[in-house]
Design a protein around this ligand. Structure first.
Ligand code: THU
Length: 133
């Protein structure tokens, strides 16, 4: 189980690369996959606002292209010392590449971290099992 302290510098490094000229709200995410490999992402906004990409989504793309399949833990950082909870769409995307036990770490005040499961963040999720019925 990778600790948030290990993922934190990776998420911060990715956050610094964010392309967020419109919201000026930079987000970074770092995933630990089933191999213990780390994959990062930042938000990438667009002048056509709705097609911007969240940091979590960018990190999932990195994981997939690098051969990872399952999100074991993910840390998301926004404003320093404040929680940046994944948006609703990202919760669904994280569920697709994780499961109810996937751990989502959020930054808290003064170097602390909160830990949530995807079961907590997305209860009664819609997933492939509904399609298979
Ligand atoms: N954002 C993320 O990257 N992840 C989230 O879960 C919340 C929001 C980004 C999207 C947009 O570029 C900026 O933060 C402000 O909403």
């Amino acid at each position: 189980m990778m600790k948030p302290e290990e993922l934190y510098p990776h998420a911060k490094q990715a956050q610094n690369k964010a392309h967020a000229p419109y919201s000026k709200f930079q987000v970074g995410a770092a995933i630990c996959d089933e191999h213990g490999q780390i994959h990062c992402g930042c938000n990438i906004e667009n002048a056509a606002y709705p097609i911007g990409c969240c940091a979590e989504q960018a990190a999932v793309a990195q994981m997939i292209i690098n051969g990872g399949k399952t999100i074991k833990q993910i840390l998301v950082v926004g404003k320093a010392g404040e929680t940046c909870p994944p948006c609703g769409a990202c919760r669904q995307i994280l569920f697709e590449h994780g499961d109810a036990t996937t751990v989502v770490y959020l930054e808290g005040p003064e170097g602390t971290f909160l830990s949530r499961s995807l079961a907590q963040l997305l209860p009664e999720a819609f997933d492939h099992s509904q399609l298979d019925k």
